[in-house]
Design a protein around this ligand. Structure first.
Ligand code: HEM
Length: 515
């Protein structure tokens, strides 16, 4: 990891650099320890003192890991060291099943990260919560009250309204013969959807909110060298990283405080019970649901004020970029494969009718295959969020010690020829006609939403947005690339693996066919 070296060199000055370089030289002269000493540990590539294997991780770890694993003869499980921290890399569906099914309970913890802890109120959220009572209760709350089928149904008008706005924006560009930047439009769209669902309003003209959110996403994945090399924890103070995290956490907290005040004002005025409103099809903002539960049913809601803000933040972190990234890659693959685009357009134009609503979605079988195939090749979160082993375990015959961080390569697993045949890199939605493999967490060959206890609770919520949005985009428009443009398919580094090069496309309006 070049960044790590740069950080180390810049911040610790010449003396520290000298120590590291000499250590590197000494260690490169050493051979690995005799196998007898740690016979049952998973295979590891040679590591450097202090850095461990950090220098081998590269910019795209999900791409680097399979090659590294192959080089050190570790097809299923590979043991790395990030600084002093042991990290188990899970590279195949067989190994993923072992970790997330056989050993799911003891591998359901998340490692504590200083940055996430500061941004998420001491990890009072769900995504980053340590395994235990708080996580269990928060997840239950989330599944029952925030992301339930009933909740998803009640938010339908709101989702469809936002999709209508997205289509209108594209239509305006199409009428002017202009290209649209789907990589910019789609995140704004999913952000607006989550804003309305979670907070009950949008922040249209206010870019402060969006900028803050983008900064939070960036900080989440930013590498703070001290997290893995405790001796260098002062580096993030010196570079101003810690101060930046504090500043962003404070500003977002102020923002959420305002949202809480607005929600409390709504609750004061509310005459109906939330449940009744939802039954009548009204989308009650998630923040209102949580505050009302906290006030009226504390036995159901254990969260304090910070806990509520942390869970709301999870809805943004978990639901915004993941959903837009999936849409962005689906459109990219469709533009790259005109045959698939045509087949999908024919299905949607034939089956969905003039108004594409969620009730018609069950007829769109090919659309579901297209989305599934996209999650296989482009899982929005290519390396699943880290887990941490809670006790010593024997996994696939290897001894792995408590405290080891676990990184599962969903991207690598989705492209493994052992599971996906001779052409795993090919975008071929029809491959799912021959297999029952699904992405809901039971089949370990396809785990874009994770699996086991920590599996994403927002699958249906996310798909409700992706499926209808995609159906509208391909029904209402024909799409082509701006003249002479070649479609790059590389991803960039971030909380999700979005396209590196923005997806620009020229829409042409397709007249609605008579029903
Ligand atoms: C295409 C859309 C989405 C993708 C690809 C996705 C992916 C993921 C993944 C890979 C995980 C980690 C699973 C694991 O550790 O095994 C996760 C967890 C989570 N997701 Fe999603 N997600 C999506 C949509 C959503 C939405 C819409 C929400 C909520 C609004 C959401 C909320 C969460 C939460 C709260 C967790 C933490 C679960 C836990 O740690 O117990 N996700 N998601």
């Amino acid at each position: 990891m070049a960044v790590v070296l740069l950080l180390v060199m810049a911040a610790s000055g010449f003396a520290a650099a000298l120590i590291i370089i000499s250590n590197i030289i000494i260690s490169s002269m050493k051979r690995r320890q005799p196998a007898g000493n740690k016979a049952r540990e998973p295979p590891s590539p040679p590591k450097l003192p202090i850095l461990g294997n950090l220098h081998q991780v590269g910019k795209y770890p999900h791409r680097t890991f399979p090659a590294l694993a192959k080089r050190c003869g570790a097809p299923d499980l590979m043991l790395l060291h990030f600084g002093s921290r042991p990290v188990l890399v899970v590279s195949t569906s067989k190994a993923a099943r072992e970790v997330m099914k056989t050993h799911d309970l003891i591998s359901s913890d998340r490692p504590e990260r200083k940055t996430a802890k500061k941004l998420l109120y001491g990890n009072k959220d769900i995504v980053n919560a340590r395994y235990g009572e708080h996580w269990r209760l928060s997840r239950r709350l989330c599944v029952l009250h925030l992301l339930s089928n009933k909740k998803i149904r009640s938010c339908r008008p709101l989702r469809e309204e936002e999709i209508g706005l997205l289509v209108n924006r594209i239509r305006t560009s199409a009428q002017a013969g202009q290209e649209v930047n789907l990589s910019a439009l789609l995140p704004c769209f999913t952000n607006d959807v989550i804003c309305r669902i979670a907070l009950g309003r949008k922040y249209d003209g206010n870019t402060v909110f969006r900028d803050l959110l983008a900064e939070i996403m960036e900080l989440f994945i930013a590498f703070s060298v001290g997290e893995f090399i405790p001796q260098l924890s002062w580096v993030s103070r010196l570079t101003g990283f810690d101060a930046r995290v504090d500043r962003v956490a404070r500003r977002f907290d102020e923002f959420l405080d305002e949202a809480v005040l607005e929600s409390e004002a709504r609750l004061e005025k509310r005459s109906n019970m939330i449940e009744r409103e939802e039954e009548e099809g009204q989308a009650v903002p998630l923040i209102d649901v949580l505050l009302q539960l906290q006030r009226d049913s504390p036995e159901e809601c254990h969260l304090d004020g910070d806990g509520i803000k942390a869970v709301i933040m999870d809805m943004f972190i978990g639901g915004t970029d993941t959903t837009s990234t999936l849409l962005e890659w689906t459109m990219s693959e469709l533009m790259k494969h005109p045959r698939v685009m045509k087949k999908l357009q024919e299905e949607v134009r034939r089956e969905a009718g003039v108004i594409i609503c969620e009730e018609n979605l069950h007829k769109l079988e090919y659309l579901k295959l297209v989305i599934k195939e996209t999650t296989r090749l482009h899982p929005p979160v290519p390396l699943l969020p880290p887990r941490q082993l809670m006790q010593d375990a024997t996994i696939m015959g290897y001894d792995v010690s408590a405290g080891t961080m676990i990184l599962t390569n969903a991207w690598g697993i989705g492209r493994d020829p052992a599971d996906w045949g001779e052409s795993p890199e090919e975008f071929l939605p029809e491959r799912f006609l021959q297999t029952k493999v699904d992405f809901i967490g039971q089949d370990f060959e396809l785990i874009p939403f994770g699996a086991g206890r920590r599996r994403c609770p927002g699958i249906s919520f996310g798909l409700a947005v992706v499926e209808v949005a995609l159906a509208n985009l391909v029904r209402d428009f024909d799409w082509r690339l701006p003249g002479g443009m070649r479609l790059e398919m590389t991803e960039c580094v971030g909380l999700t693996a979005r396209r590196d090069v923005p997806l620009l496309a020229i829409p042409t309006i397709v007249p609605a066919s008579p029903t």
